[in-house]
Design a binder for this molecule. Structure first.
Ligand code: DX5
Ligand code: ZN
Length: 221
């Protein structure tokens, strides 16, 4: 596996041509597809359900699909997205009454399990579940919308989580989601992230391959 992975967020893709968009972004060098699931309850926006994940698999997508649940509750959707072909499923601890149980449910369905931390969510929610995590996702914007600005205090949080992961010795990936661009990706990597979600930075550019190549170049510097 590459040291750093780039995850285009389909939230900023053209939904009227989703199959083509996904083919194009994978051909442009994306590693993993990031699918934002919003329920107009946990967050003030509404996107897609398991049907779309399944449609991507039927379309022929072989790349991992990273499902980011911004829904409350989560358990039923965990099962449905696992059946629909999700590879990773991440949820917000505030959205599950039983975080440990929801994490176990994800692994039971043979997906990688993740917790997503909002900008104001403290780190203590990680204390007793490190052994059940494959992914920690740091939200560097408030969840709900693409195209927002990176919140600078996220860098400190990423550094602290990197220390926790290294001390735990579990092979947990640290994803950063929100406001990632070619101009800040290096700084975010230096803070300790190894996976980078980017929606508007990729899909609002006319040349997806150029943006992804530029991001990789910054990561190699
Ligand atoms: C926001 C989503 C993000 C979003 C990122 O709630 O979780 O994945 O699509 O979009 P950009 O990269 O435009 O900030
Ligand atoms: Zn997301």
């Amino acid at each position: 596996m590459k040291k750093y992975q780039i995850l285009p967020s389909l939230l900023s893709a053209n939904f009227a041509a989703l199959g083509k968009e996904v083919d194009a972004v994978l051909a442009a060098g994306a590693d993993i597809l990031h699918l934002d699931v919003m329920d107009n309850h946990y967050v003030p926006n509404l996107t897609v359900g398991p049907l779309v994940c399944e449609a991507l698999r039927r379309h022929g997508v072989k790349a991992p699909i990273d499902v980011h649940l911004m829904t409350k509750p989560v358990d039923h959707l965990i099962i449905e997205f696992a059946k629909a072909g999700a590879s990773h499923i991440t949820f917000h601890p505030e959205a599950s009454e039983h975080v440990d149980r929801s994490l176990a449910l994800i692994r039971k369905h043979e997906c990688k399990a993740g917790l997503a931390l909002n900008p104001a969510t403290p780190l203590h929610c990680l204390d007793y579940v490190m052994d059940k995590l494959d992914i920690i996702l740091v939200m560097s914007v408030n969840p709900g919308f693409g195209g927002q600005h990176f919140i600078p205090s996220s860098l400190d949080k990423i550094r602290q989580i990197r220390k926790l992961i290294d001390a735990s010795q579990y092979p947990i990936h640290l994803i950063v989601d929100g406001g990632i661009k070619t101009s800040n990706i290096r700084e975010v990597a230096d803070a300790g992230a190894d996976m980078f979600v980017a929606g508007s930075a990729i899909f609002h550019h006319h040349d997806y391959a150029a943006v992804i190549a530029e991001m990789r170049k910054k990561l190699e510097e």
